[in-house]
Design a binder for this molecule. Structure first.
Ligand SMILES: [Zn+2]
Length: 82
C-alpha cells in the first residue's frame, strides 16, 4: 500500500465515520460491501449504525449472510476456477 493509498483509505474512513454519525441519529441503514476474501464477492450488507458498531466489536468484519473468510486452499480453488 502506498502513502496515497493510505491517505485515500483514511479519507474514506473519515467520510464513513461522518456518515455513521448522521445515520446513528436517524436510525437508517447504510450499505456496506461484504468484507469476505472471496475475490468474486460483491454482496452488499445493509446495517444501521448500531448494527455496524456491534458487528465491528464482535465479528470484526462486515460479512453477508453465509459468507466467511475462505481458507488458502479454498481461495486457490476459487482463483483456479476463474
Ligand atoms: Zn462476501
Amino acid at each position: 500500500m502506498t502513502s496515497s493509498d493510505s491517505c485515500f483509505a483514511q479519507m474514506l474512513n473519515l467520510v464513513a465515520a461522518v456518515q455513521r454519525d448522521r445515520l446513528r441519529q436517524s436510525g437508517e441503514a447504510s450499505a456496506y460491501v461484504c468484507e469476505c476474501n472471496d475475490p468474486g464477492c460483491r454482496r452488499v450488507v445493509y446495517l444501521t449504525a448500531g448494527e455496524y458498531d456491534d458487528t465491528r466489536a464482535h465479528a470484526g468484519l462486515v460479512l453477508a449472510p453465509g459468507h466467511r473468510l475462505l481458507t488458502a486452499a479454498e481461495l486457490r480453488r476459487t482463483s483456479a476456477a476463474a
